[in-house]
Every structure is written in structure tokens, then in C-alpha cells.
Write a protein that binds this ligand. Structure first.
Ligand code: TK8
Length: 338
């Protein structure tokens, strides 16, 4: 009896030793350290959501999966982090879809100027089948897309003059994301578009290497652009999603349970982040005014003129993503507008 027990125990021990380093059981959770990088500071909608994601993962994994967050591009710009994920040197990140187009051209479909007019429309399309389809394209490139978060509707700030009409863009050195559609759109509207990574933006504004930039109200506030920019012009020229991505090389080595924990946490953080972002955005204008910015709403007629000027940039999107995907997204936007 005793001998039997001992040999059973020994077999069990041997079994568990042997299983180390071999394929992990589907429901297994191993102690892991996960580096999660992002570009904005901790005190931003992006930072708050990253923190929430980390807490959710710790809770759901009994502390075994530890997400360590790295704010303010301390692991690198969006582009640098994407490449670190592909190479397996970093596990996770969140950044703009617009900075991914060099890796996965279909992402450019979200850069279509004036694509969405309402955040709910964006949620429906991004979280629906076509949003997933665009995300799944990343896998060929060594990335896995989990969910879209909200960056938001983008608006223009600068230090030269309020943008009240199309002609006011003339000669403005405007930083844009390193992305062909953004460069094209703003060139067509008359600005001198200068692509720069976000991590270099504050200094570029401060030293007047550029006159202006465009980002959602939330970012203008959290990145303190009001300290170096006088004018904020409400253009809402494009809705910008953020996307949570992971290294595919790393993801493929996780158990189903571990993947599920990360996915659920990313979704939970998404829902909270969208609410947080919309709440913050609705109060941001008043705050930015208090901080000294001069704010103007661009008239409907002038927005229409800007829209017409930017229209040919849509061809740049179609060239990148193909007519079929472009039409599919248009159809989904149409559906979401009803
Ligand atoms: C943060 C960026 C940022 C984006 C930009 O890393 O670059 O202007 O709006 O959110 O992805």
C-alpha cells in the first residue's frame, strides 16, 4: 500500500517535471511578466485604461500574469514598439491604427477623412465584422490585434492663427502622424504637413520646429499642448482609433486561458476607456479655455470646403486597402448610421 503510494507519487512528480517546458495545458496559467507600452503619459485616458487592463489581468490570473505598463513612449514610439512586438522583444502595446499602415496597409481604411460623424457609429463598425477583418490582417505580419480603443475625433491646434477657413491652413507647418493619408489630406488642404512621431511632438511645438498639430481634445489636454499652442480649431476631420496589439510570436505560446484573460481585460478596459474618453472630451474645451487657449468652431460651410479639398486623399486610402474593403467599410458606416 505504502509502496504503491510512493510509486504513484513518484510517477506524478516525474510526470509534472517532464511536462515542464512542454506544451502547456489549455487551462494553465504561468507566472509571466508582460511589458505593455504606450505613447501618452500616465495621467491620460490611455494611461488610465492601461492601468485598468493591468489590474484586470492581475485579478483574473491570481497575480500570476503581471502587466507592467510603460508610459510616455519610454519603450519607444508607436513604430518602434510595433517592431519590438514583431521581433518578440516586447509583449503588448496600445497606439494609433494610423501608425500601423507601414506594416499592415489595410489599417489605412480608418484614416479616411470624415469617415465617422459619431462615436457610436465608430464603435459599431470597429467592433463589428469588418473591424475584426482589418485587425486579423495583422497576423500575417507578426502581430495580433485584440481590440480598438478610442483615441477620438481629431482637431487642429497651432501657434500662428485660428483656422476659420480653408485658406488659413496656407503655410502652417503642421505635424501629422507618419502616415501617407494624413500627409496627403493636409497637403491638399494647404498646410505644410510634417510627419513626426508623437514622442517628438511636444518639443517640436515648443521649439517652433512646427507651428501646429492635430489630435483629440483629450490628448491636447493630457499632453499639455495648451502650454505651447494658442489656437484650437474644432474640425473633427477624422476619428482616430487606438488598437491594443500583442506580439504574435509570444501570443502563440500562451495557453487558451491566458489568452482569454488578456482578451477579456482588453475588452473591459475598452468599454471603460470609451466612457472615460467621452466624458473627458465633453469637458475638455472648457478646461482648455481656462488654460488660455483660444477656441473656434469651424463653420459647417468651411468644413464642407475642407472636405471637398481633402476628397482626393480618399484615393490614397483606396490604393492602400483596395476598393472592396473600402466599399465594405462605407456600407458598414451606412448601416451604423441608421
Ligand atoms: C500615441 C499616438 C497618438 C496619436 C498621434 O502614441 O501620434 O498623434 O494620436 O495617440 O498614437
Amino acid at each position: 500500500m505504502k509502496r504503491l503510494l510512493i510509486s504513484t507519487l513518484a510517477a506524478a512528480l516525474l510526470g509534472s517535471t517532464l511536462s515542464l517546458g512542454y506544451a502547456q495545458a489549455a487551462d494553465d496559467i504561468r507566472p509571466r511578466m508582460i511589458r505593455f507600452g504606450y505613447g501618452l503619459n500616465e495621467d491620460s485616458n490611455q494611461g488610465r485604461a492601461a492601468k485598468l487592463l493591468a489590474e484586470e489581468v492581475a485579478k483574473a490570473s491570481g497575480g500570476k500574469l503581471k502587466v507592467r505598463t510603460f508610459a510616455s513612449a519610454s519603450l519607444g514610439s508607436d513604430d518602434q514598439m510595433q517592431n519590438a512586438l514583431i521581433g518578440g522583444a516586447q509583449e503588448m502595446m496600445v497606439g494609433s491604427t494610423a501608425t500601423l499602415v507601414g506594416i499592415s496597409k489595410e489599417m489605412a481604411v480608418w484614416d479616411t477623412p470624415f469617415l465617422f460623424t459619431d462615436p457610436r457609429q465608430a464603435d459599431q463598425v470597429l467592433d463589428g465584422p469588418v473591424g475584426r477583418q482589418v485587425m486579423d490582417k495583422l497576423e500575417e505580419k507578426g502581430l495580433v490585434g485584440l481590440v480598438y480603443w478610442e483615441n477620438g475625433f481629431r482637431n487642429v491646434t497651432n501657434s500662428a492663427r485660428p483656422i476659420e477657413k480653408l485658406e488659413d491652413f496656407e503655410g502652417i507647418k503642421l505635424r501629422v502622424m507618419p502616415n501617407p493619408v494624413f500627409i496627403d489630406t493636409f497637403k491638399r488642404m494647404g498646410a505644410n504637413a510634417v510627419p513626426l512621431p508623437f514622442s517628438e511632438l511636444f518639443t517640436a511645438l515648443e521649439t517652433k520646429a512646427v507651428d501646429g498639430q492635430e489630435n483629440p481634445f483629450n490628448t491636447i489636454l493630457s499632453s499639455k499642448f495648451y502650454e505651447v499652442q494658442k489656437y484650437l480649431s474644432v474640425t473633427n476631420h477624422v476619428y482616430s482609433p487606438w488598437i491594443v496589439t500583442v506580439s504574435k510570436r509570444w501570443w502563440d505560446g500562451l495557453s487558451a486561458t491566458e489568452q482569454d484573460i488578456l482578451m477579456k481585460a482588453a475588452e473591459k478596459a475598452r468599454d471603460a476607456e470609451r466612457e472615460d474618453t467621452r466624458r473627458e472630451a465633453s469637458q475638455a474645451l472648457a478646461t482648455l479655455k481656462e488654460r488660455g487657449m483660444q477656441i473656434n468652431e469651424v463653420s459647417v460651410d468651411e468644413i464642407q470646403r475642407m472636405r471637398e479639398k481633402a476628397q482626393p486623399a480618399i484615393q490614397t486610402v483606396i490604393d492602400a486597402v483596395g476598393q472592396e474593403l473600402f466599399d465594405q467599410v462605407q456600407a458598414e458606416v451606412e448601416k451604423a448610421s441608421q
